[in-house]
Design a protein around this ligand. Sequence first.
Ligand code: F6P
Length: 339
Amino acid sequence: MAVIGVLTAGGDCPGLNAVIRGVTAHALQRGDSEVVGILRGWEGLMEGVTIPLDRDAVRGILGRGGTILGTSRKDPYVHGDGYASVSRTIQANGLDVVVVIGGDGTLKTALRLADEGLPVVGVPKTIDNDIAATDFTFGFDTAVQIATDAIDRLTTTAESHNRVILVEVMGRTKGWIATYAGIAGGADAILIPEVPVPLEEVATILRRRHRHGHAYSIVVVAEGIEPPVKTKRPKDLFGFERLGGVAYQIAPILEKLTGFETRVTVLGHLQRGGTPTAFDRVLATRLGAAAANLAAEGKVRTMVALRGSKIIAVTLDEGCAEVRGVDPELYSVARSFFG
Ligand code: F6P
């Protein structure tokens, strides 16, 4: 009987519970494994805080946002001494393998622990959709839908008042949410870290649009673009800079360049909360079931991934390669609708 530990670490994301349910139900249905939940990410693995997960423990959570296991940004290499700080929990619970559901930072930590001997199966998670070796991450579709709904609503109020509204979306270093939501919401300009556009050019686009009878505009801004003025940002527990608010720097510059009243809406954590879309529920469930298979079969140092319409296994090393930026072809499609 394989004992599979499962944890969620780093920022939360709609669909985490669907993965936990997928791992647990599928592992139990196989009949050769049992599942232990590790609470609050790596922190729980360091401190030995675990709960048994059976079929009943994961009922009713498929459509629930957040994570029933909790999460944290604590890390065994930042707040402990690597494998040594988690080995007691591994032994005490008889864990044969740990399914790690996390983003780029979490998966890299998992890889370091794997180097020290921890049997790991990774499940890529982030609303940012930037993890290498997978076509999509669960949570992204939900975040895009939330951002698109917001753009739709902001468009009608921008039109009523002849305003420019900057809608700032998440996506740390990559502009996936901005590009998808911008295309879906018909944005008049989209600013992403991968393709810096001078604000003078944005102003020209907006002026041209307003001259031609559409005296309102929506500009989608990814939180990770280069800020016009560099300020020292606070860091989270993991050491990542805390982003958010760059649109507040851009708005007065655009207002000055165009002469149009310019307002800002920062969507922030709204994009991470609440119920996952049907697409994300299905993707998360499939990834969870595939992770249970790899874990039960001892295929470790691996990561489950979506390739086309299939769920496949890649090496954890492939999953930890450099994060994926927006496809230039996709951005050029978005660009045809600017202004
Ligand atoms: O990586 C996911 C993400 O939501 C980013 O888009 C964002 O910059 C970051 O997490 C925010 O993290 P936190 O909630 O810890 O501030």
